[in-house]
Write a protein that binds this ligand. Structure first.
Ligand code: PGA
Length: 253
């Protein structure tokens, strides 16, 4: 059975209330009646409840961009996965490169977030990917290897249907320099092989692996038709309903 495609929009720290409401409403309207892909949007924390209301009754899932690995506690400024579930999230992104590299998050911290999110009943989008220097030094596979082994530590095949990996080469994020479709395919095939060793071959065959990094309407079909590419995590192009929906339309199972 082919894996269904999964397209998620990562709004990052963009869109205030009115813009987010309009964007979510336009995405929900444009997606109605179109069932070939699973779709989610990930707004900033303060607007999750608002967007949950806008998306009510639509097949668009709601996701958060981060969480803290605890149910509750004295963690000023942090947000628990239980709270995300409570406000209507189905998904949470963990390990985005803007947090790994910009905020110094380690594989261990990201792994604890993923485990806490699963325990809270959320589906997890775990981001991995190499920097430009790492790719130039031919370290892509060893970096992915480390991020997968660390990020999936203690996570078993039982949650594979709630796990999405997002391969996001750091050099392609927000730069316009998307990976060539074959580069994406090669990395995805490597990730799936590694996951076969970590989670078992059946789980690896079922696992959804998104590509992320400058996905746009004009390159989406070429990337999404690669055999091991099961969807996209979209940043910039998810901030306009037209471009996001065009990427969704390019996804075929
Ligand atoms: P981009 O971002 O599509 O703007 O490159 C992708 C991401 O960071 O998830």
């Amino acid at each position: 059975m082919p894996r269904a495609k999964f397209i998620a929009g990562n709004w990052k720290m963009f869109t205030a209330a009115q813009a987010g409401r309009d964007l979510a409403a336009a995405v929900a309207k444009g997606f109605a009646g179109n069932t070939h892909a699973r779709v989610a949007v990930c707004p900033p924390f303060p607007y999750l409840s608002l967007i949950a209301g806008v998306l009510q009754g639509s097949p668009i899932g709601l996701g958060a961009q981060n969480c803290y690995p605890a149910i509750e506690g004295a963690y000023t400024g942090e947000v628990s996965p239980v709270m995300l579930k409570d406000v209507g999230c189905r998904y949470v992104i963990v390990g985005h490169s803007e947090r790994r590299h910009g905020l110094g998050e380690s594989d261990d911290f990201i792994n604890r977030k993923a485990k806490a999110a699963f325990a809270a009943g959320l589906d997890v989008i775990l981001c991995i990917g190499e920097t430009l220097d790492e790719r130039k030094a031919e370290k892509t596979e060893s970096i992915l290897d480390r991020q997968l082994a660390g990020g999936l530590q203690g996570i078993g095949a039982d949650v594979v249907d709630r796990l999405t990996l997002a391969y996001e080469p750091v050099w392609a994020i927000g730069t316009g320099a998307d990976a060539a479709p074959q580069q994406a395919q090669d990395a995805h095939a490597f990730i799936r092989k590694k996951c076969a060793a970590l989670l078992g071959p059946d789980a690896a065959a079922r696992l959804t692996i998104q590509y992320g990094g400058s996905v746009k309407p004009d390159n989406a079909a070429d990337i999404l038709t690669q055999p091991d590419v099961d969807g996209a995590l979209v940043g910039g192009a998810s901030l306009k309903a037209d471009s996001f929906l065009a990427i969704v339309a390019a996804a075929r199972a």
